[in-house]
Design a protein around this ligand. Structure first.
Ligand SMILES: Nc1ncnc2c1ncn2[C@@H]1O[C@H](COP(=O)(O)OP(=O)(O)O)[C@@H](O)[C@H]1O
Ligand SMILES: N[C@@H](CC(=O)OP(=O)(O)O)C(=O)O
Length: 462
C-alpha cells in the first residue's frame, strides 16, 4: 500500500515494557506485525526495556558508586538470559551489551560519584539488551521472506542542547526534533520490511548516549513516526486504550473510543501514563493518528487519538498523579518579594530540579517538585528543604496526589463539582488550571486520593 505520493506507507508500533516481557507477548507481537505486513505496509517497531529493568538499572547505577552493584548486575544478567531462553534464542547475543554494561558500571565505581552522563550510559542498556532479543526473535519468526533490521536509535536521533536545559536534563531528559525524511523512508522501504529500534535512547552531538526522560519510549515512537511520516502510530501496552481514569486504580473506568490530541495531551500531562505528553506534540503537526491497544488482547478495539475535538460541557476523564513531592513554603513577612522568589528559584536551579508552581498566596508558595531527572533521586528533597529553610519561615515537604479533571472548561468543571450531592473531603488543598483552560487540578492528601477519585468519577463521568 502506498500513500498519495506513491511512497510506501509505514506504521509505527511501540511496545512498552509491559508488552515485551514474556513469550506470550512475543507471539502476539509476531501476529500483529504479520497482520500489518499482509496489508502491505512496512512496520517500524519501537521497543522498551523489559518490565522493571529500567528501575533496576537506575538502582544499579546508584549502587556502583560504592562498588556494591555486583549482586544486582548478576540479577539483571540472569533475567535477560532467562528471557533469551524463553524466546529460544542464543543468550550469547546479549554478550556485547552485558560487557558494555559492566564497563559502564565500573566507570561509575572508578569515578566514585554518579554523573548524569554515567547514569544515562548504564540505564540505556535496558533497551539495548531487550531490543536485541526482540529483533532476533522477530527475524526468526518472520523467516527469510521478510527483511527485519535492528537499528541503533542513537544513530537515528541526535538531541539538541536547549539553551535552558540543565546538565541533568541534557543527559536524562534530552529533546530531539526529528523531521520527515522521505529519502530515508524510501531507502528503508527498499531494503526492509520491518525495522526495530529502541525507545528512550538517543545520542548527543558528541556521540554520547542520552535518555529522553522516564517513560520516553512513547516519545521515541513519535520521533520514528515523524521521521517516516507514518500513516499511524500504535502504542501497544497492557490496557486497551486511554480510559476515563486509570483502570488499574478504578474498576469503573471506561474506555474512551476516540479523543482529540488536545484532550489526550491534557490527560498525559496530568498523569495518565499510558501515553507520554511529548509524544503528542511530535505527531500532531503531521496529523498522524495514534491508537492505543492492548498487546495481551490484540483483537480488542483501542482508543483512537486524532482531530481537534469539540468543546464539551462535561468532564471527559480524570487523571491522577500520586506520591508527588510537594513543598509548601511560608515566605514570611516579606512575602512574595522578587528578591525572595529569586532566591527560592535559584535553589531549585542549583540543585537542577524542576518544579511546578501549584498555588501562591501573598505569603506562601506550594510547589510540586520534579525529581525524576535528578541523579540523586529522593535524597535531594532533604537538601532542598534545608536550603529553602534558610530563606523561608517554614518549609513543609509532603507527598500528595494531584487529581485533574479533563475535557471541559475549568469554570464548567467547577460548576459540576459544586453540584455533587455527597460529602467531599475536607482537605481540598488547592486548585489550579492551565492557560488552555481545559483542565482543573486539585492537590489532595495521598491517603484519600483514591476515595476522592472514585467519588468524582461516579458523579462527573457520564
Ligand atoms: N487514563 C488511563 N487510561 C489507561 N491507562 C492509564 C490511564 N492512566 C494511567 N494509566 C496506566 O498506564 C499504564 C500503561 O502505561 P505503562 O505502564 O507506562 O505501560 P508500558 O510499559 O506499555 O509503557 C496502564 O497499565 C495504566 O495503569
Ligand atoms: N524503559 C524506559 C522507557 C519507557 O518508556 O518504558 P515503558 O514503555 O515500559 O514505559 C522507562 O521505564 O522509563
Amino acid at each position: 500500500m502506498t500513500d498519495d505520493n506513491q511512497r510506501p506507507s509505514w506504521v509505527v508500533l511501540k511496545f512498552g515494557g509491559s508488552s515485551v516481557s514474556s513469550r506470550e507477548d512475543w507471539d502476539n507481537i509476531v501476529q500483529i506485525v504479520q497482520d500489518n505486513l499482509q496489508q502491505g505496509v512496512k512496520v517500524a517497531i519501537v521497543h522498551s526495556a523489559f518490565k522493571n529493568v529500567t528501575n533496576q538499572l537506575e538502582r544499579l547505577a546508584q549502587l556502583a558508586v560504592d562498588n556494591s552493584s555486583k549482586e544486582l548486575l548478576n540479577e539483571i544478567t540472569d533475567y535477560h538470559q532467562k528471557m533469551a531462553s524463553q524466546l529460544k534464542l542464543d543468550a550469547s547475543l546479549l554478550t556485547p551489551w552485558l560487557d558494555s554494561l559492566e564497563a559502564s558500571v565500573s566507570r561509575i565505581s572508578d569515578h566514585g560519584t554518579l554523573t548524569s552522563k554515567l547514569r544515562a550510559a548504564v540505564v540505556a542498556h535496558g533497551e539495548l539488551l531487550s531490543s536485541t532479543l526482540g529483533a532476533e526473535f522477530l527475524a526468526q519468526q518472520l523467516g527469510d521472506d521478510r527483511q527485519t533490521q535492528w537499528l541503533d536509535a542513537r544513530e537515528l536521533f541526535v538531541s539538541e542542547a536547549e539553551a535552558n536545559n540543565n546538565v541533568n536534563d541534557q543527559y536524562l531528559n534530552a529533546v530531539c526534533h526529528p523531521r520527515p525524511n522521505h529519502q530515508l523512508a524510501k531507502n528503508w522501504s527498499e531494503s526492509f520490511d520491518v525495522v526495530l529500534t529502541q525507545g528512550f535512547i538517543a545520542s548527543n552531538d558528541d556521540g554520547e548516549t542520552v535518555l529522553l526522560g522516564r517513560e520516553g519510549s512513547d516519545t521515541s515512537a513519535s520521533y520514528v513516526a515523524a521521521l517516516l511520516e507514518a500513516k499511524k502510530l500504535e502504542i501497544w501496552t497492557d490496557v486497551a486504550g486511554m480510559f476515563t481514569t486509570d483502570p488499574n486504580k478504578l474498576n469503573e473506568a471506561k474506555k474512551l473510543e476516540q479523543i482529540s490530541y488536545a484532550q489526550a495531551f491534557e490527560m498525559a500531562e496530568a498523569g495518565a501514563k499510558v501515553l507520554h505528553p511529548r509524544c503528542l506534540s511530535t505527531v500532531m503537526p503531521y496529523r498522524i493518528p495514534i491508537e492505543i491497544k492492548n498487546t495481551h488482547q490484540p483483537l480488542e478495539s483501542g482508543t483512537v487519538i486524532n482531530g481537534e475535538g469539540s468543546d464539551s460541557r462535561w468532564v471527559k476523564a480524570i487523571a491522577i498523579k500520586q506520591k508527588v513531592p510537594v513543598m509548601t513554603l511560608l515566605l514570611g513577612r516579606r512575602g512574595q518579594q522578587p528578591e525572595t522568589l529569586q532566591k527560592v528559584f535559584t535553589v531549585f536551579n542549583q540543585l537542577e530540579l524542576g518544579c511546578e508552581l501549584l498555588a501562591s498566596t501573598k505569603e506562601s508558595l506550594v510547589m510540586a517538585v520534579e525529581t525524576s531527572n535528578s541523579v540523586h533521586g529522593e535524597e535531594i528533597l532533604n537538601d532542598l528543604s534545608v536550603k529553602l529553610a534558610e530563606m523561608c519561615r517554614s518549609v513543609l515537604l509532603s507527598h500528595s496526589a494531584i487529581i485533574t479533571l479533563v475535557g471541559c472548561q475549568s469554570s464548567q468543571a467547577l460548576w459540576h463539582l459544586l453540584q455533587i450531592d455527597a460529602e467531599l473531603p475536607e482537605q481540598w488543598l488547592l486548585l489550579g488550571h492551565t492557560s488552555s483552560d481545559q483542565h482543573l487540578s486539585f492537590l489532595v492528601s495521598d491517603d484519600e486520593a483514591l476515595d476522592i477519585l472514585k467519588l468524582l468519577h461516579k458523579h462527573l463521568i457520564h
